[in-house]
Design a protein around this ligand. Structure first.
Ligand code: ATP
Ligand code: MG
Length: 400
């Protein structure tokens, strides 16, 4: 029977909490495979076994499992009765049509009751494969690894181990509120927390109707993409143009950017509290742009009491870009848009805005009122993956 054998990423390290992590991962896998012909998803001897029905497409299953945090690696496997005959037959069927420069057989006995030792079975299967193919054995750098895992009543035979995203199952790390601009960095920052087991809610600040709707469309597209990793997402769209107009009237140009960022964090913190999130996430990296000096990060972060997580803080743009490409957000991020930050942004922002200086500038504003008014205009959109109708796999469930 066709199956997938899934090995956890870091779960092995989690001691007494382990069953809880495993259960979360099983649920995530069930969710990700929703709508496909899957018989069962269950745990067995330190692995998760996904039994596929005849109608399940392996390519589709593969693509969906590739974005489930908590999976270390996974392989399409043949699940056969636990006897040498059946295992040998599965190996023979699996190598049919292949030609490789070298191979090895790797046996792992998850259940030790199987009468042969692992090396014995490896040698026996290796000899058979050589008889059929004359491929040379290479134990250290084989082109093909034939894997056999013996379980209590069945064996799994697989030929291609694929890397999962790693990390921890979504939800096991709590909830965060990620500030999502249309840029390259913030989606990567959110993804890094999602991969650490956090569910991310998103907040995007836009200047519609002063600017076009493009930034909102980008934010939606980015959330759709990231929803593949966490299956359900919520996006808060916050009107920010009116606040910016107030800031322009009252605040001198050099500190405006910092004042905008502070307002964003204050609003995001309120939304986070409403959503039950325990931290904010931004895509800041030290020194990347003028507004991201240590002084400015401190001046911005000081207005909220919730932790502000900046997972990209020490990364180079190149590394961030590589991540963005890998997770599929890069192509969306590089589309030209009119980010709210291009509106009323000074040509020469202060690189060292002390918190005191910004405090003084902010005194001319009714900050509390600006925050309340922005919150009153928030639009919430929900996303889920996969969707069950044909067409796009991500559905925007509509607005609230
Ligand atoms: P990004 O590539 O994520 O846009 P950036 O290098 O352009 O980042 P900034 O524009 O200084 O940096 O923004 C820093 C962070 O502030 C962003 O990573 C994001 O988390 C948040 N942010 C900026 N603009 C917005 C916005 N319009 N809506 C939501 N969050 C924003
Ligand atoms: Mg930006």
């Amino acid at each position: 029977m066709s199956a997938v054998v899934v090995h956890y990423a870091e779960l092995a390290l989690k001691g007494r909490n382990r069953p809880w992590f495993v259960h979360a991962l099983v649920r995530a896998i069930r969710g990700a495979l929703r709508g496909l012909d899957v018989r069962t998803v269950h745990t067995l001897l330190g692995r998760i076994i996904v039994e596929l029905g005849a109608a399940a497409s392996w390519e589709e299953v593969r693509d969906r499992l590739a974005t489930v945090p908590g999976i270390g690696n996974f392989a399409h496997a043949d699940q056969v009765p636990l006897d040498v005959e059946s295992i040998t037959e599965a190996v023979r069927a699996g190598i049919r049509g292949r030609t490789v420069p070298s191979f090895r057989v790797t046996v792992r006995r998850a259940d030790k009751r199987f009468p042969m030792s692992s090396p014995e079975l490896e040698r026996l299967l290796g000899r058979r494969v050589q008889e059929w193919t004359s491929w040379p054995v290479d134990l250290s750098h084989p082109a093909l690894v034939i894997r056999v895992e013996t379980l209590a009543e069945t064996a799994l035979v697989s030929f291609e181990k694929l890397k999962g995203v790693g990390g921890l199952p979504v939800g096991t790390g709590g909830r965060v509120m990620a500030l999502l601009s249309g840029g390259i960095d913030s989606p990567v920052a959110a993804w890094r927390l999602i991969r650490r087991g956090c569910r991310a809610d998103f907040v995007h600040f836009h200047s519609y109707p002063i600017l076009s709707r493009t930034s909102q469309e980008k934010a939606r597209a980015l959330v759709e993409r990231l929803t593949r990793y966490q299956l359900r997402s919520r996006l808060h769209l916050v009107p920010f143009g009116a606040l910016q107009q107030q800031v322009v009237l009252a605040v001198p140009p050099p500190v405006r950017t910092v004042v905008y960022r502070r307002l964003m964090l204050r609003i995001a913190e309120r939304l986070a509290l409403q959503a039950g999130a325990q931290a904010l996430v931004t895509g800041d990296a030290v020194g990347q742009v003028a507004s991201q000096t240590l002084e400015n990060l401190a001046a911005v972060g000081s207005v909220v009491s919730m932790p502000v997580l900046r997972p990209l803080v020490g990364m180079d743009k190149e590394e961030i870009t590589a991540d963005a490409q890998r997770i599929g957000t890069y192509e969306i991020s590089i589309v030209e848009d009119e980010d709210c930050c291009t509106l009323f942004t000074p040509r020469f922002p202060a690189t060292r805005a002390s918190a005191e200086r910004v405090d003084v500038a902010e005194r001319t504003l009714d900050v509390a009122d600006l925050v309340e008014r922005a919150l009153a205009g928030v639009v919430l959109e929900k996303f889920s993956f996969p969707m069950l109708q044909s067409g796009s796999f991500v559905r925007k469930e509509g607005q609230e």
